[in-house]
Design a protein around this ligand. Structure first.
Ligand code: ADP
Ligand code: MG
Length: 600
């Protein structure tokens, strides 16, 4: 913690004195680095945090530059009103483009950013009102506190002030409830939505923020230069921004600063010196630069900042933070159903995958304060049933009622909000996030402060309570010693327990646990059984899929057995264990995949 603050202070100091040590050439270069950094910071959000790749950011830079340039030269607006207009226009454009493209998956999204990046660039060069290929000149400089900014030195403080402001607000934003939700986008939408995160909303927010930062950079550029033409807003420049981010470390805010600085300096240095070294000027600079960048990426595929961080961690002792319980009060809990009250009713639920009937007219109930175990060989349809109950998947027919509400038409977010939470058979954690943060994601729906409030640290009391609540769940599940470890560093069995802690952080009335004991050692299984017993005694309803029959029989109040998508038995553990159909199903193939496509 301290080291980070020291480094930040050092950087601010460096930026305050650096222009005084440089000549006018160096100052101008530093201004351009700052302008690029602002765009790359947006890419860190979009690509590093959200996992959405854009090649088209230069188009947003151009929109910011051209909007303000046009309004100031042709309409006589002041640059500050030009900024407001640029931000409004870019926000609207980003909302429209985001709406059109953010639903695309895989490589379609990056490809679409190429498409609109190119289209917008072509517009700049072809509209005569904004000067066509010639562009516009005579753009008024920005006035700040009564000073008309006219030198590279004056712009230096404005540009790097903006950089620092963005770094600070984005850092705060990411370290918050909605920031965690943004960081969860990389883990796929399925898990995030099941934790109540509106993934479409957060993708859109990241897209709009990245576009706005690009527009601010363009606005500063236009007024600093005094003229604009289409060239700096080309697709090639858009690709360079992405490159800067990747070289510096797209997952890190400081990676953006490092990446754009290094990229611009190296490029400039090669351009200045290579002709001297080779004794002739040619187009070798581009080639040498490309090779250099590839070497850097090969040596540090996660960016140079990640490399530096790893080095820093080796030298500092701060990493071994002692686990300490946050002192803030925990979040309020919802009113719970009385023990014995029916919490979940599944009625005639059928799920077909093409010709395969994975669940055939399944019906059962779960009550508060009971553990209902769902058993059956692999492929019986248990996970499918879980997905249809938690609305991660839609049933083909049938009904699901949770606490007297029909939920089979709701989305998984709404069901999570009502107090139904789950774990996944194939663990879905964010491996790089700490265990504590992974669990805190579960409490997403229990807070209300938006990312805007957290950017300015107005959410601190609530965030402290979310952390304290997550900590409480870690204590409950015996995970405290791992609180600050990255979730991916834990053995798989413990990762399942982290999933339980995350589900508990949602403050559920019903827990769906899909094979929670798989991969646990004997003692860990016993601890898990104790935890589930304790939860049951507190009135939790638990629906559990488990293969380990010993584990189930000692724990469950009732058992539902499935085979080939059918419910074959239901009752007390002892009765179900002796049921001929269950014996047949298990002797027929415990732990072996059932033949597919032969649903009875
Ligand atoms: P279990 O959890 O009991 O082992 P599942 O619910 O995972 O079983 O699977 C039940 C059956 O449904 C299996 O035959 C499986 O191949 C099939 N199945 C599950 N998910 C899908 C899917 N998304 N598409 C097609 N078939 C699926
Ligand atoms: Mg399963």
């Amino acid at each position: 913690m301290k080291l980070r603050h020291g480094l930040t202070a050092g950087f601010v100091l460096l930026m305050a004195v650096l222009p005084w040590l440089l000549g006018s050439y160096g100052r101008t270069l530093l201004d351009y680095i700052g302008l690029a950094t602002i765009v790359v910071l947006g890419l860190v959000l979009l690509t590093g945090v959200g996992g959405l790749t854009s090649f088209g950011q230069a188009a947003f830079v151009g929109m910011g530059a051209y909007t303000s340039a046009y309004l100031c030269t042709a309409q006589g607006w002041s640059p500050w009103w030009g900024l407001v207009a640029a931000l409004v226009l870019v926000t609207l454009a980003a909302l429209l483009l985001g709406w059109l493209t953010l639903r695309m998956s895989g490589h379609f999204l990056p490809l679409s950013t190429l498409a609109w990046g190119l289209s917008i660039y072509l517009v700049f060069g072809n509209v005569q009102a904004i000067g066509g290929q010639t562009g516009m000149s005579g753009i008024e400089p920005i006035s700040l506190l009564g000073v008309r900014l006219s030198t590279a030195l004056q712009y230096h403080y404005l540009i790097w002030g903006v950089v620092l402001l963005i770094v600070w607000t984005v850092h705060n934003m990411l370290d918050s409830r909605e920031g965690r939700a943004m960081r969860a986008l990389k883990g796929g939408t399925l898990m995030a939505e099941a934790m109540g995160v509106n993934t479409t909303r957060f993708k859109t927010i990241l897209f709009v923020l990245a576009a706005q930062y690009a527009a601010v950079s363009g606005w500063l550029y236009a007024h600093m230069q005094g003229f604009v033409n289409p060239t700096p807003f080309s697709l090639g420049q858009g690709i360079e921004y992405l490159f800067m981010g990747v070289v510096g470390g797209i997952a890190d805010l400081w990676g953006a600063v490092l990446g754009s600085s290094l990229y611009s300096l190296l490029r400039q240095w090669l351009q200045d010196w290579l002709p001297h070294l080779l004794g002739r000027s040619g187009s070798f600079e581009g080639l040498a630069f490309g090779v250099l960048m590839i070497l850097i990426l090969q040596r540090a595929p996660e960016g140079l900042w990640a490399r530096l961080r790893a080095l820093g961690a080796r030298w500092s002792t701060a990493a071994s933070q002692p686990p300490r319980r946050p002192s803030a009060p925990v979040l309020a809990e919802r009113a719970r159903p009385a023990a014995g009250e029916v919490v979940l009713q599944v009625r005639g639920l059928t799920k077909r995958f093409g010709g395969l009937v994975a669940n055939n007219a399944i019906s059962f109930e779960v009550r508060a304060g009971e553990v209902l175990a769902l058993i059956g060989p692999n492929g019986a349809g248990k996970s499918t049933l879980f997905n249809c109950i938690s609305q991660v998947d839609r049933a083909s027919s049938g009904e699901v009622h949770f606490r007297d509400r029909a939920v089979h038409r709701m989305d998984s977010r709404a069901v999570a909000a009502l107090g139904l939470s789950r774990t996944f058979q194939h663990v879905r954690l964010l491996p790089r996030m700490s265990v504590l943060d992974n669990v805190a994601l579960g409490a997403h729906l229990r807070g209300h402060h938006s990312f805007v409030a957290s950017a300015w640290r107005l959410d601190r009391a609530q965030e402290a309570s979310i952390q304290a609540t997550a900590w409480q769940q870690l204590e409950r599940c015996g995970l405290v010693e791992h609180a600050h470890a990255s979730a991916g560093s834990l053995p798989l069995g413990l990762q399942r327990v982290v999933e339980i802690a995350r589900a508990l952080a949602t403050d559920p009335c019903l827990l769906l646990l899909d094979e929670p004991a798989a991969g646990l050692r004997y003692l860990e299984k016993r601890n898990l059984a104790q935890l589930l017993q304790q939860l049951r005694s507190q009135g939790m309803a638990i629906l559990l899929v488990e293969h380990d029959l010993d584990f189930v029989m000692g724990l469950a109040d009732r058992v539902v057995a499935m085979d080939f998508g059918e419910k074959i038995a239901e009752g007390l553990p002892r009765e179900v264990q002796k049921h001929p159909a269950v014996i047949e199903a298990y002797l027929g193939g415990l732990d072996e995949p059932a033949p597919q496509g032969e649903a009875a």
